[in-house]
Design a protein around this ligand. Structure first.
Ligand code: HEC
Length: 150
């Protein structure tokens, strides 16, 4: 939990500067980093999902906060998919490395949709949020279908 919190704080501090190249001492560190980032991303995305599905009351301010976290976190995992991690990546299909351009396209789509999610949240309109949530969720699913094993 502590690691996840400091990861989230680091992400907030570096929101404008996602790392272009990964610098990890060990391949295991890279895997932990990207899984942590994806877990934080999913937490904030799920909170928006709960509002969209009517499981929690719609609060426009909370929606914006969570959308901003999603947009920040959406930039972090990908440099941690370095080739040195392939052998220890049990939840990732080998195609993530054999089709790097298609894999990159998938995470660029997520990045673009999550920026639109922030814009939709800022309109304070639940229907806009619902539509942007669905488009963003489809980028998660399409990448998981292609590149995740579970
Ligand atoms: C570009 C591809 C891609 C996109 C887009 C993507 N994911 Fe994933 N996701 C993966 C891969 C690959 C893994 C497995 C990573 C690993 O185990 O190292 C993963 C793992 C996860 C995990 C498990 C993390 C853990 O604890 O190990 C969660 C949760 C998750 N993704 C949520 C999401 C959500 C929510 C979205 C959309 C908002 C999303 N992902 C978008 C590729 C993607």
């Amino acid at each position: 939990m502590k690691a996840i919190l400091s990861l989230a704080m680091a992400a907030t501090l570096t929101a404008t500067a996602a790392p272009a190249t990964a610098q990890f001492a060990k391949a295991e560190d890279a895997v932990r980093y990207r899984q942590g980032a994806l877990a934080v991303l999913a937490q904030h995305f799920t909170r928006i999902g709960a509002m969209v599905r009517g499981r929690t009351p719609y609060d426009p301010r909370v929606a914006v906060e969570n959308a901003e976290m999603v947009a920040t976190m959406a930039r972090l995992p990908w440099p941690a998919f370095g080739p040195e991690t392939e052998k220890i990546s049990h939840s990732v299909k080998p195609e993530a490395w054999s089709e790097p351009a298609r894999f990159r396209e998938q995470h660029e789509k997520l990045a673009a949709e999550s920026v639109k999610l922030v814009a939709a949240a800022r309109t304070n309109n639940l229907d806009n949020l619902k539509a942007a949530f669905a488009s963003t969720a489809s980028t998660c699913k399409s990448c998981h279908d292609a590149y995740r094993t579970n």
